[in-house]
Design a protein around this ligand. Sequence first.
Ligand SMILES: [Zn+2]
Length: 245
Amino acid sequence: MLRRSEAIVLRTTPFSEADLIVTTLTLDYGMIKAFAKSPRKTRSRFGSSLEPLTYSKLAFWGREDANLPRLTQSDIIKPFQAIRDRMDCFFRVTEMVELTLNLLPEREAHRDIFHLFLSILDMIEGDSPEDDSSVLTVLLYKIRFLDMVGYGPRLEGCARCGKSGYNFYISHGSIICGLCAKGMDAPMRLSPGVIKSYDTLRRWDIAKIGRIKLSRMILSELSGMLDTHIQYTAAKPMRTKVVQS
Ligand SMILES: [Zn+2]
């Protein structure tokens, strides 16, 4: 059966002499691993359409339950070459890719995640190198993606009683207030600015995100909290199924 979908290449792994295993985030089928025959042999259009982050229209062949369907065609819609050309940007975007590979189950369609990924790539490619806001943009992806897959940290109040607080417990992925946390290990203390910024990044219309300016301190505190949370979450087996929107 031939299937077609828009897709973004997340990762490629060399396979035998000239072949590739391509992991793509597709619009219609979720994350799919597929086999590409000989794209590495020549500097072909097919080969360049499989560069990481390339947004294209893919066709792949194989039974629906086939372990590794075969990629038969790939037509570039947008190459995102500018992101690959800038090492600092590419490095940050790699964090997005890794997070997605780690926490998104294969073969479950999540159009919202696909659209989010694409919007973020567009925003990053549109940045001028002098005004590098890709740190904030990648952070935005992490926050929204975690929410969509049901792994977002809970900062809006104590996990047990709902009271607001500033003590974040990594092992619970949540704020827990002083009263409820009796006897627990030391928390990570968050500043009010971090809690507020997190809430803004979660809820604001993505088109208006460019208006948000976070101080270096808030940005680094928020990134630190989120990365620790992600490390802890990714190290555990999957807890929940992806939240469908
Ligand atoms: Zn409490």
